[in-house]
Design a protein around this ligand. Structure first.
Ligand SMILES: [Cu+2]
Length: 513
């Protein structure tokens, strides 16, 4: 080789090597530590960090010993082959052999005792989504407990304090395990019913491999018996990742509760389209017509096509547009025209129902807050835990580098959430608390007070939310599109002075998302 050619060749080789080393070290640098203690995450407030490592352990934050009626349940995590219709069977991970798992139904004030046995080959937990319970019962692997190992068991013990629609799911590798079927409904009945329903129906919406959609475990369309004139309470739960655009046709309806919180003076809606974010629950009330049926349908609002990057790296954030997601009530024909539903407007929780006197609900935009935080949500291509992928960020960072929010017991906390992702919904879920929605895109709410445990933040939208820090512990706040959570979008809300003996990472095998 001529010396000049050789020189160029060597230089190119050197550059290539440098590039390779660069990529390798970027990937390496993004790898998570083998063991992370969630009480000692970066906070920017060093003194408080010290306190949290020496304070009360989450294991001590258990339910009071007060006497309550006891309801006991047994759940066994086990593999089962599930027929979801349309010729498709799933090698599912189940509780007690069914998907959804058994409905757990108790009364307000009951002590709920759930014995969980794990016969799977991997660890599991149960998280009680939306339930305000003591931290030790929250079921987050590596934060409030170790994942229940194969062949072992674990008992959850808490009092169901507030009536409403909730659900449960595994919070060990939650994207995989909830996706495979480890979920079910948790219903807390009110002790003082003000309305008598002739029918009560629980419908869980789920998706499988981002391609098959089921209502109540079937893609064939669920069928529910109901008689003419029946007043029906329909509890809708989104256990999937996508946002579901759902409406009822054939009867006007009320949204009586969202995320287990009653709406004040709900008004009648006709074919209004409800966007149900992952993890959210909507209670709908309708009366069966005299001779026709009622149908629950998924509506395609002709959203823009997902772009190539999204298709390559992550697709399930797009809105589910699938006719499999439907259910019929009663035997009669449905009178509404399903094909024109897409032109109906969206339901707007920020103007729905009536306000209450402020004295009865003091959390407001004018209240004095002890702590205020800004969370800006986004996504970008990059290395996350050693892999080049679409990562989902809060304030530009990914788990575990997102500084935790630190609160004290009794604090009034306000959080501003802005979604800067160009086309990803982010349903943000706070564990252990309900929060009040104060503003939407800077505008105060004008209808009923809205309390949620998961808020669907659409692209370019913002919300202010507020909560009272009345439940000490180490609590996750994360996107409930579990694929986003698994790619970085989760962080902690930690009370000062709470520690955990558990850790997240490959050493313990605890992976909450
Ligand atoms: Cu998200």
């Amino acid at each position: 080789m001529k010396s000049k050619t050789k020189f160029v060749f060597n230089m190119l080789l050197g550059l290539l090597l440098l590039f390779g080393v660069g990529i390798y070290s970027l990937a390496k640098l993004s790898e998570q530590p083998v063991s992370m203690n969630m009480a000692n995450m970066p906070s920017g407030k060093h003194d408080m960090q010290q306190m949290s490592s020496s304070g009360i352990s989450v294991t001590k934050l258990t339910e009071d010993t007060v006497e309550s009626p006891v309801k006991t349940f047994d759940l066994t995590a086990e593999e089962a082959v599930i027929d979801i219709g349309n010729g498709k069977t799933i090698q599912a991970w189940t509780f007690n052999g069914t998907v959804p798992g058994p409905e757990i139904r108790v009364q307000e004030g009951d002590r709920v005792i759930v014995h969980v046995k794990n016969t799977l080959k991997e660890g599991v937990t149960i998280h009680w989504h939306g339930v305000e319970l003591p931290n030790a019962e929250d079921g987050v692997a590596g934060v409030t407990q170790d994942a229940i190992p194969p062949g072992s068991d674990f008992t959850y013990n808490f009092i169901a304090k507030h009536a409403g629609t909730y659900w449960y799911h595994s919070h060990q590798e939650s994207e995989k395990e909830t996706g495979k079927g480890l979920y079910g409904a948790f219903i807390v009945e009110t002790k003082h019913p003000t309305t008598v329903y002739q029918r009560e129906i629980v419908s869980i919406l789920h998706e499988w491999d981002r391609s098959t959609f089921t209502v109540d475990g079937t893609s064939l369309g669920a069928k529910y018996a109901a008689k003419p004139g029946d007043l029906v309470l329909l509890r809708l739960i989104n256990s999937g990742d996508a946002t579901y655009n759902m409406t009822l046709t054939g009867s006007p309806f009320l949204v009586s509760a969202i995320d287990a919180h009653d709406i004040n003076e709900p008004t009648e809606l006709n074919e209004r389209i409800i966007e149900i974010g992952s993890g959210q629950r909507y209670d709908l009330v309708f009366r069966m017509p005299e001779s026709s049926g009622v149908k629950l349908v998924n509506v395609d609002k002709n959203e823009k096509q997902s772009n190539i990057v999204k298709r390559l790296f992550f697709t399930s954030s797009s809105t589910a547009k699938n006719r499999m997601l439907q259910a019929t009530f009663g035997d009669g024909e449905v009178t509404g025209n399903v094909n024109v539903l897409a032109q109906q407007p969206f339901f707007d929780m920020t103007t729905y129902g009536s306000p209450v006197l402020q004295g009865n609900d003091p959390l407001s935009i004018n209240a004095k807050f002890d702590a205020q935080y800004d969370l800006t949500l986004g996504n970008m291509l990059g290395f996350f835990n050693g892999v080049f992928t679409m990562k989902f960020t809060i304030n530009g960072q990914t788990f575990p580098n997102i500084p935790m929010l630190i609160v004290k017991k009794g604090d009034w906390v306000r959080i501003h959430i802005q979604n800067n992702s160009p086309d990803n919904d982010h349903p943000i879920h706070l564990h252990g608390h309900s929060f009040k929605v104060l503003t939407h895109n800077g505008e105060p709410l004008s209808g009923s007070p809205i309390y949620l445990s998961t808020i669907l933040v659409k692209p370019q939208e913002s919300y202010d939310i507020a909560f009272v820090a009345d439940n000490p512990g180490l609590w996750m706040i994360h996107c409930h599109i579990l694929g986003h959570a698994a790619n970085g979008m989760d962080m902690m809300v930690n009370y000062e002075g709470v520690s955990t003996p558990y850790s997240v990472g490959s050493k313990s095998g605890n992976r909450p998302d």
